[in-house]
Design a protein around this ligand. Structure first.
Ligand code: AHR
Length: 492
């Protein structure tokens, strides 16, 4: 068994962990919303998902896309559900008929029920600035205009509070194939025209780069920001980076069929998001220090998830560890990275919620978010660690341990993931500047790497209580190979 030493520096705060770093993303794509999250026969969101979302606290929900946003006409999704139009989209080689059961009212009601602030994404590719302004007014104008009256007539008297407005989605590709300077021009027009209403926050999000395009992403952000800052700065609350952990059959295997080398290759790819974060935050600091960095789409995307599978993929413990390690990175960069929406909430890609033949259940990724929940609103602390790396492939290696730690008053929370697919790890956790007492721990693990949850075995992978020992103000915990622990204790 290997061993690792972790020191949490109580006197070295990084920043506050925004709860919005634990947000989620939904769009009308395959079975994410229609007949996934939302049951069209029953005309309601599935009760299990509402209950689990509310229990977790979704914090932030990005909608309507995604690529769907770039074909979206908001008027198709208001008024009586049964007379809403049917429209077609084909972004992924399949004609998808959209029935618009879920529109503005339904999604914002879901937000209210689940504690999510809405992040609405405006259509820049095929919509007009005028349409966007009207949608903004429809949602936020309290009273006294035709659009406010129309909202009330549709059942919602009070205006909604929308936390963020995304100006387009992936405008370098499905969102218009803009060049950086064309996008900056479009941004300026949307920004200057969107209503400024008394008491209504207007936090606008600049479309950031394709984080997976290493040779393009710095150029995108730099050129967009240079254009936006060269003359009368528009309001910019944040820049939205997208980054997926792409798998492929040869290097990372299938979603649930991978060997130890492929396990590590996938973790390695997930951790590459940190290069994108470091690069993007440096560009922001140089050109426009005020806006935050958001990560509007992130998560695992295995080769099994294609249009034939309707982007459904098995969600195993490997995904859970990659997600946990990414959340750790967000916490460790929380002085700049202020919000993130995981892709997607239901059925599509590495979702925390899945359905089979209409039967809903939770995947291991749900449990990761739940095990990280205690970090929300805490102060992230600098951590140093000594842990052997995990070598794989041609001289490549991943860290052996992923960790983030935060404090709220005298309560310390640490998430620790053993990233070795084969070796258990004995971790010694101590605090520099204090002692650690009264610990409790839970662990997420799987006896077989191919294990998934399903409607018949919904708790096959679920957290369980775990032993953690306290000796002389330090904690000792044994992490099985490929496992995640969430530890809480008192600081004295
Ligand atoms: O998450 C699926 C798709 O991936 C989204 O619609 C798009 O924004 C991204 O390319």
């Amino acid at each position: 068994m290997s061993s690792a030493q972790v020191a949490v520096h109580l006197n070295q705060p990084i920043g506050i962990i925004s709860p919005e770093l634990h947000g989620h993303f939904v769009e009308q794509l395959f079975d994410c919303v229609n007949d996934g999250l939302y049951d069209r026969q029953e005309e309601r969101f599935r009760p299990l998902f509402v209950q689990k979302s509310a229990g977790l606290g979704l914090e932030l929900l990005r909608w309507p896309g995604g690529c769907f946003a770039e074909a979206y006409r908001w008027r198709d999704g208001i008024g009586p559900q049964r007379v809403r139009p049917r429209t077609v989209t084909n972004r992924w080689g399949v004609d998808e008929v959209e029935t618009h059961h879920v529109g503005t009212h339904e999604i914002l009601d879901f937000c209210s029920q689940t504690g999510a602030k809405p992040w609405m994404c405006l259509n820049v590719a095929s919509g007009s600035v005028r349409e966007a302004c009207e949608w903004f007014e429809y949602m936020t104008m309290a009273t006294g205009t035709d659009l406010a009256d129309e909202r009330a007539a549709n059942g919602r008297l009070e205006p909604w509070e929308v936390a963020y407005w995304g100006i387009g989605n992936e405008c370098w590709d499905c969102g218009g194939k803009f060049t950086p300077s064309e996008y900056a021009e479009a941004y300026r027009r949307f920004e200057s025209a969107l209503p400024r209403l008394k008491g209504v926050p207007r936090r606008l999000i600049v479309g950031g780069p394709d984080g997976n395009k290493v040779h393009e992403r710095a150029r995108w952000t730099r050129e967009v920001l240079e254009r936006l800052t060269q003359w009368r700065w528009p309001a910019m609350h944040a820049v939205d980076l997208h980054f997926y952990t792409w798998g492929d059959w040869k290097v990372t295997g299938g979603a649930a069929a991978y060997d130890a080398t492929q396990f590590s290759a996938f973790i390695y790819r997930a951790l590459e998001i940190e290069d994108a974060i470091v690069e993007q935050r440096a560009i922001l600091d140089e050109l426009a220090p005020h806006p935050k960095l958001f990560v509007g789409e992130w998560g695992p995307w295995h080769p099994d998830a294609n249009s034939q599978s309707r982007f459904f993929q098995a969600v195993t413990l490997r995904d859970a560890l990659a997600v946990s390690a990414t959340l750790d990175l967000f916490h460790n960069h929380c002085d700049k990275v202020a919000a993130a929406t995981y892709t997607m909430l239901c059925n599509v890609l590495g979702a925390p919620f899945q359905t089979r033949e209409g039967r809903p259940y939770l995947t291991p990724v749900y449990h990761v978010f739940e095990m990280h929940k205690a970090h929300r609103g805490g102060t992230a602390l600098d951590v140093s660690r000594a842990a052997a790396e995990v070598g794989f492939g041609d001289g490549l290696a991943t860290p052996g341990l992923s960790v983030s730690a935060s404090r709220m008053g005298t309560q310390l929370t640490a998430t620790l993931a053993n990233l070795s697919p084969s070796e258990p790890l004995q971790v010694e956790l101590r605090a520099q500047g204090g002692t650690l007492e009264s610990p409790t721990a839970r662990v997420l693990l799987a006896e077989d790497p191919a294990w998934v949850n399903d409607p018949d075995q919904p708790d096959r992978i679920a957290p369980r209580g775990w032993e953690v020992t306290e000796t002389a103000g330090k904690l000792l915990i044994r992490l099985p190979a490929a496992s995640l622990a969430s530890v809480r204790c008192q600081i004295a």
